[in-house]
Design a protein around this ligand. Structure first.
Ligand SMILES: Nc1ncnc2c1ncn2[C@@H]1O[C@H](COP(=O)(O)OP(=O)(O)OP(=O)(O)O)[C@@H](O)[C@H]1O
Length: 258
C-alpha cells in the first residue's frame, strides 16, 4: 500500500514519524436537525500522543463525552476523520469497528459494568476470552499488582468496595494491552481516597507500563494526574495545558465560566 492511501495528508508530510495513538481531523458532530441542530463538536482536530496521559476538561455540555465517543469509535462524526494509529475508523463498517474497539481499545466508565456472577479475576480477562484471545499471564499479573488487587481476585463484585470494583474495571481495560484506554469520568462514582487510588494506577500504567490513557473529567485534581489537559468550550478545543497542577486547572476552568 502506498503512503497516501494509508496515512492522512498531515502524516504523509512526515513519513517515518510514528502515528499518534489517536487523532481527530476536522471532526464535527451535530445532533438533531433543522432549527434544533446542536453542534456538540465543531471542527475539532487533535493528536493524542502514545505513552501519555491526556485529560479532557470543559464546562458541562462543552462536548467532552462526544469527543471521547468519536475518538473511541463509539459513535460516528457528522464530518471529519478519526484515526486509531494508522487506521481511519469513521469509514469502517459496524462489524469491523466493533472488532477494532474490542481488540485495540480499553474502556473505563463511571459505572464499573462488572459481571456480578464472576470473580474479579474472571471479569478482568472476560473481554479477551470473548475475543478468543489468550491473556498474557505476566502482563495480567503486572496489572493486578499495579492496581493493588492481590488477594481480591477470587471475590465477586458484591464483595468488593466501589473503589476496588473500579480498579477491577481498570485492570480489565488494560488486560489486553490496548493501544489506548479511554476513561469517561472514571472517578465520578468514587470517594476521594478510592478516586486517588484509581488515578495513581492510571498514572503508573502510563509511566511504568507505557500505556496511553485519555480521560474525561470534571475534577481539576484528577486532571492534574495527566501530562496534558485539553480544554473544551462550546464544541471547540480552546486551550491546552502541559504538566498541569490542580490549582492551574481550577483557575483556568473558572475563566471558562465552569
Ligand atoms: N444524543 C444526543 N442527542 C442530542 N444532543 C446531544 C446528544 N449527546 C450530546 N448532546 C448535546 O451535545 C452537547 C455536548 O454534549 P456532551 O455530553 O459531549 O458534553 P460534556 O462536555 O460531556 O457534558 P457533561 O460534562 O455535562 O457530561 C450538549 O449540548 C448535549 O446536550
Amino acid at each position: 500500500m502506498s503512503l497516501t492511501t494509508t496515512l492522512s495528508p498531515q502524516q504523509a508530510t512526515f513519513p517515518g514519524t510514528p502515528a499518534p495513538a489517536a487523532r481527530a481531523v476536522g471532526v464535527t458532530k451535530q445532533y438533531g436537525a433543522g432549527d434544533a441542530t446542536v453542534a456538540a463538536l465543531d471542527d475539532v482536530s487533535v493528536d493524542l500522543d502514545r505513552g501519555r496521559f491526556t485529560a479532557i476538561m470543559g464546562p458541562s455540555g462543552s462536548g467532552k463525552s462526544t469527543l471521547l465517543h468519536m475518538l473511541a469509535g463509539l459513535d460516528r462524526p457528522t464530518s471529519g476523520e478519526v484515526y486509531l494509529g494508522d487506521t481511519e475508523i469513521t469509514s469502517l463498517r459496524d462489524k469491523r469497528l466493533t472488532m477494532l474497539r474490542r481488540d485495540r481499545i480499553g474502556f473505563i466508565f463511571q459505572s464499573f459494568n462488572l459481571l456480578p456472577t464472576m470473580t474479579a479475576a474472571e471479569n478482568i480477562v472476560l473481554p479477551m476470552r470473548i475475543a478468543g484471545r489468550r491473556p498474557d499471564p505476566d502482563w495480567v499479573a503486572a496489572i493486578v499488582q499495579t492496581v493493588g488487587l492481590d488477594g481480591r481476585l477470587g471475590h465477586r463484585p458484591s464483595q468488593l468496595s466501589g473503589g476496588q470494583q473500579q480498579r477491577v474495571a481498570a485492570a480489565r481495560a488494560l488486560a489486553s494491552r490496548p493501544e489506548i484506554v479511554f476513561a469517561d469520568e472514571p472517578t465520578g462514582a468514587l470517594d476521594s481516597r478510592s478516586g486517588t487510588e484509581l488515578l495513581r494506577f492510571l498514572r503508573t500504567a502510563v509511566d511504568e507500563l507505557a500505556q496511553t490513557v485519555v480521560m474525561v473529567t470534571h475534577d481539576p485534581t484528577a486532571a492534574a494526574y495527566a501530562d496534558r489537559v485539553l480544554f473544551l468550550a462550546d464544541g471547540h478545543i480552546v486551550d491546552e495545558m502541559h504538566d498541569p497542577s490542580a490549582e492551574a486547572v481550577l483557575d483556568y476552568m473558572k475563566n471558562l465560566g465552569a
